[in-house]
Ligand binder design. Structure first.
Ligand code: NAD
Length: 309
């Protein structure tokens, strides 16, 4: 039987705890920069398998490359390289192997309204965003950057996108955005945030303005824009003025037709689902209480149909 000295055991346990703390601390950067996502290979390949099994969108073609091949191509693009010098071209082999052509009239672009756009698109069922395609799904919300020494990627700290012109993840999203736009056909939809006091709804230097709009394929006919305004907040940008005026010019100069809608009901109802008691969403509450004055509101649609017959 092995007898362990209790003081040695305590020292051992403390060392293990310190080692663990050191490992955890090494993932933390005081300026808030994250390192490469832990277990990135497993996360990437796991998402890839899951995409094929549970996230599969019937209208999108399946990708023939295996998940292992896709990981190798993605990893090769940035690993063992300085994090600030990753050319867009590095991701081309991965982008080529993972591209899916989205059906006509189904492409959805967005700026500043990530959650709302994905809810409205119903995660690929109504409209397809870049993040609903395999290319974007595998990389969305993970962090990565390279380093010259093993393991080839930095687990402690990746630069911010603004820190350098060819940051590893920024180059990826630039290439992915271009590829997505080049495959678009028919009428495309763009959802914008009209309530941000710090950022105009449309900016020529956003990913949409810089990489998607200029790369729309010749098979695109129309750009349809939805400007959404947060409930209970001032409307800063609206269709037909300010940055939306600039957008109309940029779209029509490229030969596409243009239409813009502020807060269509379908989108407003989504916002109300998250915040039903806000001032803008009170109509339903009045309806439940029987407080709606029938003389001041349109009759329900079924009455109109009955009148018609
Ligand atoms: P946006 O301003 O809302 O930026 C989109 C996302 O990019 C932000 O949520 C943020 O995660 C990231 N981002 C942008 N600038 C950044 C910066 N300087 N530092 C760190 N992160 C930054 O809208 P956008 O610029 O027009 O990009 C959205 C469009 O481009 C979409 O149509 C999409 O297809 C594509 N895109 C997607 C992602 C993504 O993370 N899923 C990133 C870039 C581009």
């Amino acid at each position: 039987m092995v007898i362990v000295n209790p003081s040695l055991l305590t020292v051992g346990l403390i060392s293990v705890a310190l080692l663990h703390a050191n490992f955890v601390m090494s993932q933390y950067d005081p300026e808030g920069h994250k390192g490469t996502t832990g277990n990135i290979k497993q996360v990437f390949e796991g998402r890839c398998w899951d995409y094929d099994v549970t996230r599969y969108i019937p209208d999108l073609p399946r990708v023939t490359a295996s998940c292992e091949e896709l990981w190798k191509l993605f990893f090769k693009a940035f690993s063992y390289q300085p994090p600030c010098a990753v050319a867009l071209e590095n991701y081309q082999p991965y982008l080529r192997s993972a591209t899916q052509i989205v059906p006509r009239d189904k492409v959805l672009f967005w700026s500043g309204v990530f959650s709302l756009a994905h809810e409205y698109g119903n995660y690929g069922r109504r409209y397809v965003t870049l993040e609903d395609t395999l290319i974007g799904y595998l990389a969305n919300s993970i962090t990565w950057c390279g380093q010259s020494i093993d393991p080839g990627y930095n687990v402690t700290r990746c630069p911010a996108w603004d820190d350098c012109p060819l940051e590893a993840a920024e180059s990826f999203w630039a290439g992915a955005s271009m590829t997505f736009a080049q495959g678009a056909k028919g009428e495309v939809l763009l959802m914008l945030d009209g309530s941000n006091p710090d950022k105009a709804a449309y900016r020529r230097n956003s990913f949409f303005g810089k990489f998607e709009l200029p790369n729309l394929s010749k098979e695109v006919t129309k750009v349809s824009v939805i400007v959404s305004h947060a409930l209970d907040k001032p409307k800063i940008d609206v269709c037909g003025a300010g940055s939306l005026d600039l957008l109309e010019t940029d779209v029509t100069e490229r030969g596409f037709s243009y239409v813009c809608h502020d807060d269509p009901l379908a989108v407003l109802h989504l916002l109300c689902a998250d915040d039903p008691s806000s001032r803008e969403c009170k109509l339903a509450i009045k309806h439940i209480r029987g407080d709606l004055d029938p003389s001041k509101v349109d009759p329900p649609a079924f009455n109109k149909i009955q009148e018609f017959f």
